[in-house]
Design a protein around this ligand. Structure first.
Ligand code: G
Ligand code: G
Ligand code: G
Ligand code: MN
Ligand code: NA
Length: 254
C-alpha cells in the first residue's frame, strides 16, 4: 500500500508505542518527569526508530493522529498512578510543524490534562529547532490558547538550528533543550565549552529554563550543574523505556 495506508493501518493496530525517558532536577537528581518518544512496534520486525518513520508521517499528515494516540496511551497508563507521580510532573511530547497550525492540538492537550487530577501534570510541547515555523495569526492564537491552558513550550535540539534571539523574544518559549552535541563535547574543546556557557548565559538573561540532553557521564552532570542548568536528561540517568516500566523505575528513584 501507499505510505499513508501503511501508517494508518499501523495506527489502527496501535503499533505506535510511547517510550519514556526520565528528566531529572540537576541539583539533586530526582526524577521530575519524562519525555515521551514514539516507537513503531512492527510485528516480526521489532522496534523501529522514529527517525525512520516520523518524516513519512509528517509528509502524509498522519503525525497528527499518531501524536493524539500517543497522548491517549500515556494518559491511560499514567493517570491511575497520578498520586505517585512527582508534583507537577513534566510530561513532554515532541510536536511537528504541522501541529502548530492545527487547532485540534489544543483539544488534544485539554483531553490529556483532563485525564489527570488538576495540577498534577505540567504538559510540555517540544518543537525542534530544525523546523521552526513561520508565525501566523493562526499559530499565534493557538499558542496563546495553549499557554492559557498551562501548556509549556520548549525548543528542542537547541543550538544547532536557527532560532535567533529575536525569535526567542517574539515567542513565549518556556525552555530550551540544549542539543546533545554540546553535552558530548564537554571537556573536549574550549570552543564548544564557550558556546555552552554562552547559551546558558543567554537563557538566564531571557529567563528561560534549560534542559541539557544526552548526559552520559558524572563529569558532564557536574559541569552542567555548576553552570546552573536546571534539568538534565540522558543515559546517565535513564534510557527511554517502555511506558509500562516507567512507574516501577520511578519508585526506585525517589
Ligand atoms: O527516541 P530517539 O532518540 O530515537 O528519537 C529520534 C528522533 O525522533 C528525535 O529527534 C525525536 O525528537 C523524534 N521523535 C521521537 N518521538 C517523536 C514523536 O512522537 N513525534 C515527533 N514529531 N518526533 C519524535
Ligand atoms: O509573548 P508574545 O506575545 O511575544 O508571543 C507571541 C505568540 O507566540 C504568543 O501567542 C505565544 O504563545 C506564541 N508562541 C510561543 N511559542 C511559539 C512557537 O514555538 N511557535 C509559534 N508559532 N508561536 C509560539
Ligand atoms: O531530538 P530529541 O531530543 O527529541 O531526541 C532525543 C533522542 O536522543 C532520542 O532518540 C533518545 O533516545 C536519544 N538520547 C537520549 N538520551 C541520550 C544519551 O544520553 N545519549 C545518546 N547518545 N542519545 C540519547
Ligand atoms: Mn525531544
Ligand atoms: Na533534542
Amino acid at each position: 500500500g501507499s505510505p499513508r495506508a501503511i501508517l494508518r493501518r499501523a495506527l489502527e493496530a496501535r503499533q505506535f508505542e510511547p517510550f519514556l525517558q526520565p528528566i531529572v532536577r540537576a541539583g539533586d537528581g530526582h526524577w521530575i518527569g519524562a519525555e515521551v518518544l514514539m516507537r513503531w512496534h512492527l510485528p516480526g520486525e521489532g522496534l523501529i526508530r522514529p527517525d525512520l518513520f516520523i518524516p513519512m508521517a509528517e509528509q502524509t499528515g498522519q503525525i497528527l493522529p499518531m501524536t493524539r494516540d500517543l497522548m491517549q496511551q500515556v494518559a491511560e497508563v499514567l493517570a491511575p498512578h497520578a498520586a505517585e507521580l512527582p508534583p507537577h510532573c513534566h510530561i513532554g511530547f515532541n510536536i511537528s510543524a504541522a501541529h502548530c497550525s492545527d487547532p485540534q492540538l489544543l483539544e488534544d492537550c485539554r483531553n490529556f490534562l483532563a485525564a489527570f487530577p488538576s495540577g498534577s501534570i505540567e504538559l510540555w510541547l517540544e518543537l525542534t529547532e530544525r523546523e521552526l515555523i513561520e508565525p501566523t495569526e493562526a499559530s499565534d492564537l493557538l499558542f496563546q490558547q495553549l499557554s492559557s491552558l498551562g501548556v509549556k513550550v520548549a525548543i528542542d535540539d537547541f543550538g544547532i538550528g536557527h532560532a535567533s534571539l529575536n525569535y526567542l523574544q517574539r515567542f513565549t518559549v518556556d525552555a530550551l533543550k540544549i542539543d546533545q552535541s554540546f553535552v558530548k563535547r564537554i571537556g573536549a574543546d574550549t570552543l564548544s565549552a564557550h558556546l555552552l556557557d554562552t547559551l546558558v548565559a543567554l537563557a538566564t538573561k531571557l529567563d528561560i529554563d534549560l534542559v541539557a540532553e544526552g548526559v552520559e557521564t558524572a563529569a558532564q552532570r557536574d559541569y552542567l550543574r555548576a553552570l546552573r542548568v536546571r534539568y538534565l536528561q540522558g543515559y546517565y540517568f535513564g534510557r527511554p523505556m517502555p511506558i509500562r516500566e516507567f512507574m516501577p523505575a520511578l519508585r526506585q528513584h525517589r
